[in-house]
Design a protein around this ligand. Sequence first.
Ligand SMILES: [Zn+2]
Ligand SMILES: [Zn+2]
Length: 265
Amino acid sequence: MQAIEKYRIFAVKYAHHARRSTENFIGGDAHDVPMPLDYFVWAVMGESRTFIVDTGFDPAMAAQRGRTITHSVEDGLKQIGIHADSVDDVILTHMHYDHAGNRSLFPRARYHVQDKEMQYCTGRCMCHHALSHPFEPDDVKAMVERVFEGRVEFHDGDSPITSGLSVHWVGGHSNGLQVVRVNTERGWVVLASDASHFYANIRENRPYPVVYNVGDMLEGFKTVMRLADSPQHVIPGHDPEVLQAYAPHDHETQGWIARLDIAPR
Ligand SMILES: [Zn+2]
Ligand SMILES: [Zn+2]
């Protein structure tokens, strides 16, 4: 039997947003302390294939939404030796503006999304501002164009993409949200993305307030825990703690690019 491929995983922080803890949980937070969000894209690098997980947003979108870009996604990827214009595969965990922007950065990539996410972000739910506000219409339109260009690979539920790498529908936060399971030297890591914004959401079973279906979000916490080898193998989508816990890629990228395939410190 052939060995399962192992990958290196990089978390690349590209933006930041200050906010208070009460905004990060349904029902608020009794402590109401500063609890900022970091914004990441992830790179999964194997022997033969490299996958980019989510594409971030650009400076124009940051200005429009009051976020702060700390390094461009393009520069972050260059730091780890990836040139965006040669990337073949992009996995989008979901279509929110902070995960599906930088529309022209990956001109030759094939995009992996869940059937449910395309249906959700082009369907009747988008008539409601409460559900549509995290989506950017231009990002959605770009995705529709890619469908017609033959550049989208759809997934339905659990889907093996290649040896040691699979996507899994969890829904909840966005109806077609998927997480990415990756085999590494330290075992199976799950890039949970917005299935859990912070470690606290999944560890304390406290849902994040941007949500389509709370029941699916809570079930999603269980799915993520089941897919990961341990709680230390779960990577939340927006927690600044990730950059404290994991070793930096190198001296120059201390504080913004970390290695997730090496056990946390
Ligand atoms: Zn989101
Ligand atoms: Zn997000």
